[in-house]
Design a protein around this ligand. Sequence first.
Ligand code: PGA
Length: 256
Amino acid sequence: MARETIVVGNWKMHGLSAAREEALALSRMIETARETGGVRAAAVICPPFTLVADFARALSEDRIGVGAQDCHVAEKGAHTGDISAEMLADAGARFVIVGHSERRQDHGETDAMVNAKASAAMRAGLAPIVCVGEQLAERDAGAAERVVVGQVAASTPEGGAEAGLIVAYEPVWAIGTGRTPTLADVAAMHRAIRGALASRYGAEPAEAVRVLYGGSVKPANAAEILACEGVDGALVGGASLKAEDFFTIVEAAPAR
Ligand code: PGA
C-alpha cells in the first residue's frame, strides 16, 4: 500500500508569537512548490499549545496541518495545567504527538499512559503520533529492537490502524545530537516496527499506519532518510524551526 509521506515539525518549547512568520513563510513555499509539482509530502507543524489555535487559523490546512505535542487522557475535569485532546481539536489541531522521549523522561510517562493518551486523541478525532525509541545503552547492549517492539506493542492504542495512527521511531541518542543510525539500522528497525504493528492490528490493517523516523533529521540527510526502505516520513525537531530548512526536508520526500 502506498502511504503518503508526512513530515512533522516538532517545535518543542520554542516559538513566541513572532515565530508565526516562519510558519507563514513555509506555507508560501509549499504553495509555490505545489504549483510546480515539487512537493510530494504532507507537512505538519506541532507548535507549543499557545500557538495551536493561531496556526490553525492562519495556515491553510491543505498546505500545513497543525498538531500539538501532548494531551491529557481525560476529556475535561480538575486537572490544573493540562490540555485535553478535545480542546486541541476545538482549537483546530488535527494531530498530537504522544510519548515523546522528552515527556517519557521529564514527566515519567509510561507505555500505558502513552497508550491512554493516544486513545484520547482518537476519541477527539485527532491522529496520534506515538513516539518510541531506544536509549544508547540499549542499542549498545543489542536490545534496541526488543525495546522498541515492546514499546510499539504497549503504547499503540486499540483501533489505531483505522484512526490514522502514526508511529515515530526516534532513537533517544539521535535526538538533538547530530548523530543518526546507519540507513541499514533505520531500515531494520522500521521492518521490526512494521512486524510489531502487524501483530498488533493484523497485517493488512497495519499497512495503513505510517512509521516515521526522527532524530537529527536535517536538510543534508533528509533525502536519504526519507528514501530509506520502510520510512514513511520524518519527525523533525531543531530543523523544523526555520522555514527554509523545514521546506528543504519536505521537498526531499521521494515520489512513491
Ligand atoms: P531533533 O529532534 O530533530 O532536533 O533531533 C527530533 C525530535 O525530538 O522529535
